[in-house]
Design a protein around this ligand. Structure first.
Ligand SMILES: C[S@@+](CC[C@H](N)C(=O)[O-])C[C@H]1O[C@@H](n2cnc3c(N)ncnc32)[C@H](O)[C@@H]1O
Length: 198
């Protein structure tokens, strides 16, 4: 069981402290997908304070259902662990403190859903690993793929150039790869939802 009041307080606190948690409209879409998919194993790339992992955990299904979530920043991962312990009594979320790509390369299991929400410049590398860690019917979801309108616009400034270039590559790959069925939603900061067809 999740303590919904504490979860709502965590969300408010994260917003007040400018922690970039998943936006409400994107969360609603992801929750709907999870309600249909009923995942047993979820991999989350980018934990922050544990908000999205806690929300997703309500949709886990079956025996030994688990979310593995990875966060680079040690102190943030400790905060996430504390929040998860306070808000959920299910023991179904494991937080790992590591670079996400390195962590992904160390895994060898299969996930029903991979949620990508960490370093924007690394999305192609995360995708390469997500392919390895999923199977037919698995779903790969990536947040921030439109990066405040920069990805589809003519953005070419130095500051976000690498992230914008990589996100453009990500969108091209997931929309053109015939093994995927993908939709890009212009909600929140842009959400890419890809289903593995084969
Ligand atoms: C957008 S936030 C995640 C928000 C969270 N999924 C939510 O909605 O509640 C992105 C997180 O990814 C972490 N991050 C950035 N680069 C990373 C990396 N290379 N490996 C793992 N985590 C990383 C950041 O420290 C940050 O906490």
């Amino acid at each position: 069981m999740l303590n919904k009041e504490k979860l709502e307080n965590l969300k408010k606190k994260a917003i007040n402290n400018h922690v970039p948690i998943l936006k409400d409209e994107s969360m609603q879409v992801v929750k709907t997908i999870l309600a249909i998919k009923k995942p047993n194993q979820i991999l989350e790339i980018g934990t922050a304070v544990g908000y999205s992992a806690l929300c997703f955990s309500d949709y886990l299904s079956g025996e030994n259902a688990l979310i593995k979530t990875v966060e680079l920043d040690k102190s943030i991962s400790e905060i996430a662990k504390k929040n998860i312990k306070e808000i959920s009594d299910k023991n179904n979320i494991q937080v790992f403190n590591s670079d996400a790509y390195e962590f992904m390369t160390s895994l060898n299991e299969c996930f029903d859903v991979v949620f990508i929400d960490a370093a924007k410049g690394q999305y192609m590398k995360y995708l390469e690993q997500a392919y390895r860690l999923t199977k037919k019917g698995s779903i790969i979801i990536a947040d921030n793929v439109l990066l405040r309108g920069m990805v589809m616009g003519g953005y070419n400034q130095h500051k976000h150039r690498t992230a914008v270039t990589r996100l453009r590559e990500y969108i091209k790959e997931v929309t053109e790869n015939p093994k995927l069925e993908t939709m890009i939603l212009d909600i929140g900061d842009g959400l890419a939802i890809s289903v593995i067809k084969e």
